[in-house]
Write a protein that binds this ligand. Structure first.
Ligand code: F6P
Length: 750
């Protein structure tokens, strides 16, 4: 049924609901209320006329009695005739004490005599209907000191009462009829408007606009008290559904695949990131495949293997071009292609401006509190815009429908969501920001802050690791853009599009991929110690990072030094291994940092070395994930001391590697992981002694305490694994897609 017909039918129905009871009330008024009012009015008039008659009698009594004594018949007649000049007094008659009608005025009714008419109960009737109409009769006795001298019949014309009563009844009926008609018309009109308003409001809410629109539109103000309730209800239903979904699913590759098929009609996802998951490299021994040291890759790769689809990334490896087909695609993982890697080639200028320049000299320090100042150059910005545009075009080419599900990764692509949205308005774009989001003041120093924010608001969902980063983002948008922000539902309405800003703490694959093939913990302990040239019972500490100034590597080494200073018994019995993957080494800041780390490690080694013993073993080189896993299993303590980190997956990888439930984790309070792994030894890495104490505590921790802590952390990482991270985002995306489809069906499209 067309919407306008639905509206008029409903309006009519609402109006009828009012009109019918009104008609009933009018009938009741005409047949019950008006007669009752008539009766009451009549009674009041009768009482008035009784009093009036008595008054007339009292006035006439004395002259009448005098004239009676004198026998002045003519004067008596004239006295009575003069008295009835009153318009309502119809006639007067005098009855002698014996009951004879002796005098009467001209129009005295013939049917009346001195005996008063009586009703069937024998009572005197004061009202009588005669041929000329209704009359009121009073038989007033005349008595004085000598006794009864007769009685006076005072007859009043009552037709005026009847006339008045009829007039009143007509007026009342007319008044109510007019009121009824006017009220009905107003009701029909208001019902119509109101229904339209309601329908608009509900539609807007279903589209998501309603979360904000009614408050800004006075025309919808009647919805205001209810919008909150309705919205709250929808939200709690959503939340319940999400919780139910989360709780009932054991998150695994299979459940994630199932979810994609059930909730997103088996869409193939498109992932976009700068770093590629597999890098082909030319070596003297031929082409080899490297897996990069990247939290992003660690997390997203198992998701892609589960979901299949296409991963678009910068092809940065020396043998990358040799290994793709003519569409720049290669199936990965090598030898067991679960999904397609589509490589984008960047020129040296593009890489310098977009990756090294804007992303890593600008945005990276901007978003991390590590006391390195961001550098912004227009030339870098131009490359950043151009490269984002190239990736957007690649997404459009790789999409096999007009509404693909695109997962945009990280700070390299802040503009990409907006660019994709322009070309594929119906796409579901899930953007995940893998690093922290700063407060509005810090972000405000970026000269292109508005452009970056607008680009990100092209996303359907914008994910961060922690609620705190979400809050910072909402505040930043609030500060620099004209948008409508709904804090309660964490949504931003910008240029007719809604973005959900939500926290999705990232995680790792569970069970770890090498679970079935890895060496035992004892074997790992032995092999690592053997390679370090130390005894099997030698204590080991471990750090695994990219060589990046945000990771707190210097602070960590200082804590190692401090611990050895304060616990000399550890000298010779403890070594700290720092695996540091070279990173962004074209940048000066990173080169300087590399040099400082090397210098500090050397100084500590010089200070405490004794013969072959070196307390710090710095390994600045690439390690494949299986090898890193061997170190995780071999160590006694893992130290994660980032100065600021979105999540830091090293902490979770270490926990996942320890199926023997041994080993201790020292974890910086400035990582996202610290919000989840509460059983770690949480430290402030800037506080060297505190971190040193935590290291010593970890090295001397009783076995049962290690087990208690590790067991609890492992169960968290198992349940909150990376499939859940991706699954929650996909569930939310499916929900939003459904809502958009529904709102397109019931009203104008969003
Ligand atoms: O932490 C942000 C991030 O993009 C991670 O997701 C990833 O681990 C790391 O940076 C990789 O950096 P790059 O790609 O510059 O080596």
């Amino acid at each position: 049924m067309p919407a306008y017909k639905l509206i008029s039918f409903r309006s009519l129905r609402m109006a009828l609901r009012f009109v019918l009871p009104l008609a009933f009330a009018l009938t009741l008024l005409a047949y019950a209320v008006v007669p009752l009012v008539d009766k009451l009015t009549l009674r009041w008039f009768v009482r008035d006329l009784d009093i009036r008659s008595r008054l007339i009698t009292d006035t006439l009594q004395e002259p009448l009695e005098d004239l009676l004594v004198l026998g002045e018949k003519g004067k008596i007649n004239s006295l009575l005739t003069r008295a009835i000049k009153d318009e309502r007094l119809l006639a007067l008659g005098y009855c002698s004490p014996e009951g004879t009608l002796q005098y009467r005025t001209a129009n005295f009714p013939d049917s009346l005599s001195c005996s008063p008419p009586r009703n069937p109960a024998g009572k005197t009737k004061h009202l009588l209907r005669l041929s000329r109409g209704l009359v009121h009769i009073a038989y007033d006795p005349l008595d004085n000191e000598q006794g009864l001298t007769g009685s006076l019949l005072v007859i009043h014309d009552m037709s005026f009462v009847e006339r008045r009563s009829t007039d009143t009844r007509n007026y009342v009926i007319l008044l109510f009829a007019v009121l009824g008609i006017v009220t009905s018309l107003i009701t029909v009109f208001v019902a119509h408007l109101s229904w339209r308003g309601w329908m608009e409001g509900v539609r807007a809410m279903l589209r998501g606009e309603g979360l904000v629109k009614p408050f800004s539109n006075p025309a919808n103000s009647e919805l205001q008290p209810l919008v909150g309730d309705l919205r709250g209800l929808l939200r709690s239903l959503d939340a319940e559904r999400r919780l139910a979904d989360d709780a009932t699913i054991t998150w695994s590759p299979e459940s994630l695949r199932g979810l994609l098929h059930k909730q997103l009609a088996g869409e193939r996802v498109i992932v976009v990131s700068n770093r590629e998951p597999y890098i082909h490299i030319n070596t003297p021994d031929g082409i080899i495949v490297n897996r990069p040291a990247s939290g992003l890759v660690t997390a997203v790769e198992p998701v892609m293997r589960a979901c299949s689809g296409t991963w678009i990334a910068h092809g940065g490896g020396s043998a990358d071009r040799e290994t793709v087909d003519r569409h720049d695609r290669v199936g990965v993982p090598p030898g067991h292609a679960d999904y397609t890697l589509r490589r984008i080639w960047l020129s040296a200028e593009e890489e310098a401006g977009y990756y090294y320049g804007f992303a890593n000299e600008g945005l990276w320090p901007l978003c991390h509190n590590a006391h390195v100042r961001p550098v912004f150059r227009s030339s870098n910005w131009a490359q950043y815009v151009a490269v984002n545009q190239r990736f957007a075009e690649a997404v459009v080419k790789e999409a096999d429908s007009d509404d693909p599900v695109v997962l945009v990764q990280d700070y390299h692509f802040a503009l990409l969501p907006g660019m994709i949205r322009k070309q594929l308005p119906k796409a579901t774009i899930i953007t995940f920001w893998h690093i922290p989001w700063p407060n509005p003041e810090s972000f405000g120093i970026c000269p292109w802050r508005e452009e970056l924010l607008k680009g990100l608001l092209g996303s359907t969902i914008l994910g961060f690791h922690t609620p705190f980063h979400c809050k910072n983002f909402l505040e930043t948008v609030d500060r620099y853009l004209e948008t409508r922000i709904e804090q309660e539902s964490s949504t931003i309405f910008h240029r007719g599009k809604l973005t959900l800003v939500e926290s999705y703490p990232i995680s790792i694959q569970w069970p770890p991929p090498w679970q079935a093939t890895q060496a035992t913990v004892d074997e790992c302990r032995l092999s690592v110690r053997r390679s370090l040239g130390v005894n099997p019972d030698h204590l080991l500490g471990l750090g695994v990072d990219r060589l990046d100034y945000t990771k707190g590597i210097l602070e960590r080494l200082r804590a190692v030094e401090n611990m050895l200073e304060r616990h000399p018994s550890m000298i010779g019995h403890f070594t700290f291994v720092q695996i540091a993957a070279p990173s962004r080494s074209a940048l000066e800041e990173y080169q300087a940092f590399d040099a400082r780390v090397r210098a500090l490690a050397e100084r500590i080694n010089q200070r405490f070395s004794d013969g072959a013993y070196q307390p710090v073993c710095l390994k600045v080189e690439h390690h494949e994930p299986e090898d890193v896993n061997r170190y995780y299993r071999a160590t006694d303590v893992c130290m994660v001391t980032s100065l600021h980190d979105g999540m830091n997956l090293v902490a979770k990888e270490f926990v996942a590697a320890r199926d023997d439930e041994r080993g201790a984790l020292v974890l910086s309070q400035f990582t996202g992981a610290a919000h989840e792994l509460h059983e770690a030894l949480i430290v402030n890495p800037y506080h060297i002694e505190q971190t040193a104490d935590a290291l010593y505590h970890a090295l001397t921790m009783p076995l049962f305490e290690q087990q208690e802590r590790m067991r609890s952390m492992r169960s968290l990482v198992r349940d909150f694994n990376v499939y859940r991270w991706a699954g929650r985002m996909l569930i939310d995306a499916a929900r939003i897609r459904q809502r958009e489809k529904l709102s397109a069906r019931i009203g104008r499209p969003v």
